[in-house]
Design a protein around this ligand. Structure first.
Ligand SMILES: Nc1ncnc2c1ncn2[C@@H]1O[C@H](COP(=O)(O)OP(=O)(O)OP(=O)(O)O)[C@@H](O)[C@H]1O
Ligand SMILES: [Mg+2]
Length: 265
């Protein structure tokens, strides 16, 4: 079981779209996948959970705050190979129940995932969707639990790399403080539009800054992806022939190969 966090302190860069569609595609290929929605906005919960995020009995907040609850108690089955730990805005109030110095504010997710590691018919991959923040208990829990992280970058924004150094330093600091082994698996450019100067400049800057860490796959801007999110479906369900679906299948293949070969970018 490998645990992958998708993080960027910037909002709207494609973290959730990437988690939801990569998880869906990998589950169709027979991988056992758990999506952990760490974001109280509950966006991946809305797409995958197929009901209002407030209707789920247990969320990530309950899982982290209640020592009696296990991953199996909180996991919602999306399809035969894909489960989801949902989230909603109540996650904040559940986390607030934890005393400020509680280890669960840091290691809650790691402990709960350790308990399912190696289980019969267990998960191959856990994909963690993070809120757009640079610090706080949700990010700390994700980083402390994860083997690797992926940085999705907005391919249309000239500000795409602003603050990236701070994010990487913040993750590095949590890594040291929590003895996590987390390392960067790769940088994924999303919403790429080859017709714009901005996208070309972003690609050049990301390539220069990250070198081989940049995934070869680029996710192009594709309104079908947005439509899929709006109609609470995966891109595969809505339109498997769309280039959004093709791009995410290519990304899933490349991500899997980096995970399986343990390739260091
Ligand atoms: N490749 C794409 N083409 C077109 N629209 C996209 C693409 N990727 C994402 N979007 C749209 O952009 C918006 C932001 O995407 P998404 O919610 O995945 O970002 P996020 O990083 O998870 O945001 P947040 O930080 O708020 O959680 C959504 O409306 C989504 O439908
Ligand atoms: Mg999101």
């Amino acid at each position: 079981m490998r645990i992958i966090t998708f993080a960027n302190h910037k909002g709207g860069v494609g973290k959730t779209t990437t988690v939801v569609n990569t998880a869906d595609i990998l589950s169709r290929w027979g991988k056992r996948i758990l999506v952990v929605d760490m974001d109280p906005q509950g966006n991946s919960t809305l797409t995958l959970g197929r009901k209002d995020p407030f209707e789920h009995q247990y969320t990530i907040g309950h899982l982290l705050a209640d020592k009696e609850l296990s991953v199996a108690d909180c996991a919602h089955s999306v399809n035969g190979n894909l489960d989801l730990i949902p989230s909603n805005l109540h996650a904040y109030s559940q986390l607030a129940l934890l005393p400020p110095n509680s280890a669960k504010r840091i290691f809650g997710l790691r402990e709960k995932l350790e308990a399912v590691r190696g289980a019969d018919n267990g998960y191959d991959l856990v994909l963690v969707d993070c809120p757009p923040q640079i610090e706080g208990p949700l990010i700390t829990n994700a980083v402390a639990a994860s083997d690797v992280y992926i940085l999705p970058v907005d391919g249309e924004s000239l500000y795409a790399l602003q603050g990236t150094n701070h994010l990487i330093q913040a993750i590095e600091a949590i890594r040291e403080d929590t003895n996590s082994d987390i390392r960067l698996l790769g940088v994924l450019v999303t919403m790429y539009n080859p017709r714009t100067t901005a996208s070309r400049l972003v690609m050049d800057a990301v390539r220069e800054f990250f070198g081989d860490a940049l995934f070869q796959t680029v996710i192009r801007r594709n309104t079908t992806l947005n439509k899929a999110n709006l109609s609470q479906q995966s891109i595969f369900d809505l339109d498997p022939a769309s280039f959004g679906c093709q791009d995410y299948q290519k990304f899933a293949t490349e991500m899997l190969s980096r995970v399986e070969t343990g390739q260091k970018p």
